[in-house]
Structures are given as structure tokens and as C-alpha cells.
Design a protein. Structure first.
Length: 275
């Protein structure tokens, strides 16, 4: 069946390939969305039959355009520009060279995620069978990329919240860096050995936490072994429940309201006695 190939941050691509803990997808294996997921419905409503010569800068390629890329040709076909091994997954730099665009070095590394497309797509009220030339236009491809990236954000935020709750429950201290590392290990996400790259990823996750006004609440049920494993160092650094300060504040507020209520009752009794 045909697929599409979407340009996306490397850590998001690795996250989707590692969603099934029992089977890590290879780069050329397509990720398949369930027919009830928002992503599947989005694809079904937005896939179009797009000629290969109109996919040059869309950052989302159809199966036929990708076959040309694998052979070292531009997406629309033609002469070979790069002699390459077809068994190797194309890099973002290679594809930029094939479409004649200078690769811009950014904070995030990009690669292409293989996604299986629905067998049918909706074009108005008409149902059409998809084939190897169906893809997403540039705007729709960017929206789809944001959907996948947002799902990654939600999942890692869920992970951090549940990890914090567990640590508070058992009274241990776990560094946020260790929490993030466990998430990376679970989803086979490779950040690299460079200290700068790893710190950049930590800062990005912390920024997401700061920006999240309404954090997701128990959307994902992680297995106990991923979060509940406690190291000896964590056992030594037991800490008081983070909610203790909030509970003390509530207790003070209740005592204040109780004292205020007693004072008002005394004044009411005095008024009755006087009258």
C-alpha cells in the first residue's frame, strides 16, 4: 500500500517508531494510524492527487516521488543527481540537495517519517481510492507535522506528571533529567552523546512545562516498570511530599475562617444581650 513521507523533527520520528514497545519500526516501515484517530481522519480528508513536479518544496512526498528520491533523482524524476545506496534512508541534507535548496542548520534535526495513508480519501462528497501519487500540500503537511509534534509533547508531559506523582507518593527525589532520560529510553529516542544537544532538549521540555497552563491529566497509562523503578541514590534522597506546603496553606485558611466565624457569633450574641 502507498505511504507518504513527512519531514519532521528527528525525536518525533523516533517517538512514533518506538510507540510499540514490543516492535521498534525501521525507518522504511510505515507507521499506521487507527481509523478512529484524529490523524487518520485528517489524512482521509486532506490527501490529494498531487503531480510529482508540484511536491518539490512541500516537505511531504508521495510514494512515487519518494521512489525517485531513493534513486538519487528529484521528486519529479529526471536524471540522477546523487549516486546513493537505495538501502540507506535519505537524510534531510540529501533531499535538500535533490530539490535545489540550501540546507539551513537549525536547533532541531529533521528526518522523514514513513506514514501509511488510508485506502480511501474524501473529495467533497465523493470517495476516491488512493494511490502512489497522493500526498499533502505544503500547508496541510505543516498542520499534520504540528499534530504529530503536539502528540509527542502531550505524551512526555503526561509522563513527567505521573512520574512526579509517584515520587511524591513514595517519598523519593528524582531529578527531572532522570525522568526525561527514562522517557527517551522507553521510546528509543536517541539524543546524541553531545552535552549541548542534550541540554538543549532538556530546556525545550522545561519550556513546554512552563507553557502548559492546563496540563494533561492521566491521558496515558504508563507501565509501572518504566516509572516505578527506584535507584539506590533516589532512595537515599527521600523528600517530603511536594503538596505539603499547599496543604498547610489550606489548613491556615480554614483556621482563619473558623476564628472569624467564632468572632462574628460572639458579636451577634452580644447584640442580642444588649437588645
Amino acid at each position: 500500500m502507498p505511504n507518504i513521507y513527512l519531514r519532521i523533527p528527528t525525536y518525533v520520528a523516533q517517538f512514533y517508531r518506538g510507540l510499540d514497545s514490543k516492535h521498534l519500526l525501521a525507518e522504511n516501515e510505515p507507521y499506521e494510524f487507527c481509523m478512529f484517530q484524529h490523524e487518520y481522519i485528517y489524512l482521509k480528508n486532506n490527501l490529494l492527487l498531487i503531480p510529482e513536479d508540484q511536491q518539490t518544496c512541500s516537505w511531504c512526498y508521495s510514494q512515487r516521488a519518494w521512489n525517485n528520491i531513493m534513486a538519487g533523482r528529484p521528486p519529479m524524476g529526471g536524471s540522477t543527481i546523487i549516486r546513493r545506496d537505495r538501502t540507506q534512508w535519505p537524510t534531510n541534507n540529501e533531499i535538500c540537495a535533490l530539490i535545489g535548496i540550501k540546507s539551513v542548520k537549525k536547533m532541531e534535526a529533521y528526518e522523514y517519517l514513513c506514514v501509511k495513508i488510508p485506502d480511501e480519501t474524501m473529495f467533497g462528497d465523493e470517495v476516491r481510492r488512493t494511490n502512489g501519487s497522493y500526498s499533502l500540500r505544503q500547508n496541510e503537511a505543516m498542520k499534520f507535522q504540528r499534530m504529530l509534534r503536539d502528540e509527542f509533547k502531550h505524551t512526555i508531559l503526561d509522563w513527567i506528571i505521573q512520574d512526579r506523582r509517584y515520587c511524591n507518593q513514595v517519598g523519593i527525589h528524582r531529578e527531572i533529567g532522570q525522568t526525561i532520560e527514562r522517557f527517551f529510553e522507553r521510546y528509543y529516542i536517541s539524543i546524541g552523546s553531545g552535552k549541548r544537544e542534550r541540554e538543549s532538549m532538556y530546556k525545550m521540555v522545561r519550556r513546554w512545562l512552563d507553557e502548559a497552563h492546563l496540563l494533561p491529566n492521566d491521558r496515558v497509562d504508563f507501565s509501572e516498570t518504566d516509572i516505578h523503578y527506584v535507584t539506590e541514590k533516589e532512595r537515599e534522597r527521600r523528600t517530603v511530599n511536594d503538596f505539603s506546603g499547599e496543604l498547610k496553606s489550606l489548613e491556615r485558611e480554614l483556621r482563619s475562617k473558623t476564628a472569624s466565624g467564632k468572632h462574628e457569633n460572639q458579636r451577634a450574641n452580644e447584640c442580642k444581650t444588649t437588645s
